[in-house]
Design a protein. Structure first.
Length: 94
């Protein structure tokens, strides 16, 4: 886990340096540090928004997936005998 975190930090460091270079700005060390700090801050916001979008999309898609799997597995199962069926509700008002 520590190795994965170190790899993530290295990736962010490389991408931050690339962003500074791509900007074409000539920054003194203090400005560069501020630029890098803001880049990382804004990047976190973007990543968090993307995670929320993905989670929302997953949440919308899961019911359909569950229904599809339910149909597939019901077809694959042999017909159950009446003795093994779960008891139905006694309340007929449903």
């Amino acid at each position: 886990m520590r190795q994965r975190e170190n790899l993530r930090r290295e990736t962010i460091k490389r991408e931050t340096e690339a962003a500074v270079n791509e900007s074409g700005l000539r920054l003194n060390p203090q400005e560069r540090a501020q630029f890098e700090s803001r880049y990382i801050q804004e990047r976190r916001k973007v990543e968090q928004a993307l995670r929320q979008q993905i989670e929302a999309e997953r949440h919308k898609e899961l019911p359909a997936l569950i229904q599809q799997l339910k149909k597939e597995f019901q077809i694959d199962q042999p017909a159950k005998s009446p003795a093994t069926k779960p008891a139905e509700s006694v309340n007929p008002k449903k």
